[in-house]
Design a protein around this ligand. Structure first.
Ligand code: MRU
Length: 350
């Protein structure tokens, strides 16, 4: 995988793409999210192994961005396959490898399957063209979806107020614009004076590194807090609403970054609205929370900090990447098709 600097150019993240296909080089380009906020680098991804690695180490992350990555991944696999005889088998194996990189975010398998479907029953040369066309369309639609979703959600936010968010559901987690942060951006566009409290989001700090970075870049007021500070600030009346993204929404729960459930309980206790913003592609409405595999990540993410060991060697660590917030704690789910309110009925999304 080659890493390229962008010649010191600092893009406006909300307007620039996070992830795109480079026609000249026939490869995937992706902002490396592990290096922000101090370094802005674009990865040139030419193989499925490199893409899987980028997803596993969270260089590419966030549910909608994973959907776009999965889609481009299938197109990349198809275009890299030199043998017509093994074409279908190779693409199927690469698709399975990609889906297995992160099991909880449903958008990843959604993006992969959508592109596989576009290639069905086509001869390899035609399938290669269709796959790339379908993947580019998924990337383009993602931006439009986020903007539509943003407009739907912006109406729910107060004219002036403070919104708490957890993890990063911004432009970096999508093709551009963002889901939860897309709502904040749309509210700003409407003239609402919203400031954001960005929870740092232990252990990988997507909130303090990425959410704070992209909002500050867009000059939207943002303050970082440690995750465990949220309840106290709610008690002090300093938070008007909570808004988060989602990795998967089943018929009974919202899966999102670990810690989301804790914020939802605290919000309910303090009568603060708790909103989820997600595209239709994040819904898995036939499934129940108990059926979902929640990704467990490495011990090192928790036991090492700034190059120092922070947990005694003989003490085990539990490191779930996501939790499940029961729908009864959710005040509204903002999508590009409109806002769902309790009692939730997602039948129109089937
Ligand atoms: O582990 P991550 O960083 O991929 O987790 C991401 C989240 O939990 C986001 O909130 C979610 O994917 C929504 S992104 C619009």
């Amino acid at each position: 995988m080659v890493q390229k600097r962008t010649n010191g150019k600092k893009p406006v993240i909300s307007e620039e793409k996070t992830l795109w296909w480079d026609d000249e080089q026939s490869c995937i380009m992706a902002v490396d999210q592990t290096l922000l906020p101090t370094e802005y680098k674009v990865l040139e991804i030419r193989t499925i192994n490199a893409l899987s690695d980028a997803i596993r180490r969270l260089a590419i992350r966030g549910a909608p961005a994973l959907g776009v990555a999965g889609a481009f991944g299938v197109a990349l696999s198809a275009r890299s396959c030199e043998s017509d005889i093994e074409f279908e088998e190779t693409v199927a194996a690469d698709a399975a490898e990609l889906i297995n990189t992160r099991p909880t975010a449903v958008n990843l398998s959604w993006g992969v399957k959508k592109v596989l479907l576009s290639m069905e029953n086509l001869p390899p040369e035609m399938a290669k063209i269709m796959a790339l066309y379908a993947a580019k369309k998924i990337a383009e639609d993602d931006t439009n979806t986020c903007m539509e979703l943003g407009r739907n959600g912006a109406k729910l936010l107060p004219q002036i107020g403070t919104v708490l968010t957890h993890c990063n559901a911004g432009a970096l987690a999508c093709s551009s614009w963002g889901t939860a942060l897309g709502v904040v951006r749309s509210a700003w566009k409407m003239g609402k004076k919203i400031s954001v409290l960005s929870c740092e989001t232990r252990p990988l700090l997507q909130g303090s590194r990425l959410t704070a970075f992209e909002l500050a870049r867009d000059k939207i007021p943002v303050t970082t807090i440690i995750d465990s500070e949220a309840a106290y600030l709610m008690q002090q009346g300093k938070i008007d609403a909570v808004i988060v993204g989602a990795d998967r929404i089943t018929k009974d729960a919202v899966f999102n970054k670990i810690g989301t459930y804790m914020h939802a309980i605290c919000a309910k206790h303090h009568n603060i609205p708790f909103y989820v913003a997600a595209p239709a592609s994040t819904f898995d409405v036939e499934a129940e929370a108990k059926d979902i595999v929640v990704e467990e990540r490495s011990r090192a993410e928790v036991s090492e900090l700034f190059g120092k060991t922070t947990v005694p060697e003989n003490v085990p660590v539990i490191n779930y990447a996501f939790d499940a917030t029961p729908l009864e704690l959710v005040s509204g789910i903002i999508t590009e098709k409109g806002v769902f309110y309790p009692p939730y009925d997602f039948s129109e999304l089937k």
